[in-house]
Design a binder for this molecule. Structure first.
Ligand SMILES: Cc1cc2nc3c(=O)[nH]c(=O)nc-3n(C[C@H](O)[C@H](O)[C@H](O)COP(=O)(O)O)c2cc1C
Length: 142
């Protein structure tokens, strides 16, 4: 894990996790090549997406298939993003009508001006297999 300063790294992972499932995915993978931002610890007005070429943005889904209210508060920053490679990831629960719908909402918001490279949805707490898949994505193997 790298301290989030963004001085030398051109890749970053931003994540918002309610009960720790999405956070666990990030923390249990090797993220050495990334700057990490736990959005729950950053006031919306202080959040910056910097100049990273590649952004992974993670959030679980709440309400009826939408991201956390935090994302409403950073709406302006999200729609200002352009020319980035963006990977979306997050935990959900398939008992809900719109499984991991937050990622679809973010894709719709971001895809016109950016290259949304993937959406990685997973169920509840990350399994060994889920961790393996996400690790490969972070390594750029997939
Ligand atoms: C009020 C509430 C609403 C939820 N709505 C959805 C939903 O619409 N779709 C979904 O896939 N999961 C939904 N979930 C499930 C969470 O996204 C799921 O528990 C997830 O694993 C939480 O991840 P986190 O610990 O990273 O926040 C909801 C959970 C809560 C508490």
């Amino acid at each position: 894990m790298r301290v989030a300063m963004g001085l030398t790294c051109n890749k970053a992972i931003y994540f918002y996790s309610m009960s720790g499932n999405t956070k666990a995915l990030v923390e249990k993978c090797d993220t050495t090549d990334y700057d990490l931002y736990n959005m729950a610890l950053i006031k919306p007005e202080d959040l910056s997406f910097g100049e990273y070429e590649t952004l992974f943005i993670g959030t679980s889904t709440v309400g009826r298939g939408v991201p956390h209210t935090y994302f409403r508060e950073i709406y302006g920053k999200l729609i200002s993003l352009e020319n980035r490679n963006i990977g979306l990831f997050g935990s959900g629960n398939s008992i809900y009508d719109v499984y991991c719908g937050a990622l679809d909402v973010l894709e719709e918001l971001l895809s016109s001006k950016n290259n949304v490279i993937l959406k990685f949805k997973f169920e509840s707490y990350p399994t060994k297999n889920v961790l393996h898949q996400f690790q490969e994505i972070l390594r750029g193997d997939k």
